[in-house]
Design a protein around this ligand. Structure first.
Ligand code: ZN
Length: 46
């Protein structure tokens, strides 16, 4: 499962930046932020 910055998080869990692998704990319905480490905009569910 993938999500991008600005989208609503589709599922609670640990979302991993596809660029730097930084993990972001997100809850469903939250707006996905840019990566806190590298500012990348794509994440996948770990
Ligand atoms: Zn990153």
């Amino acid at each position: 499962m993938k999500a991008s910055t600005g989208e609503k998080c589709p599922k609670s869990g640990n979302w991993v930046c596809t660029k730097c692998k930084q993990v972001h704990r997100m809850d469903a319905g939250e707006t996905m932020p840019p990566c806190s480490k590298c500012n990348h905009t794509e994440f996948k569910l770990s």
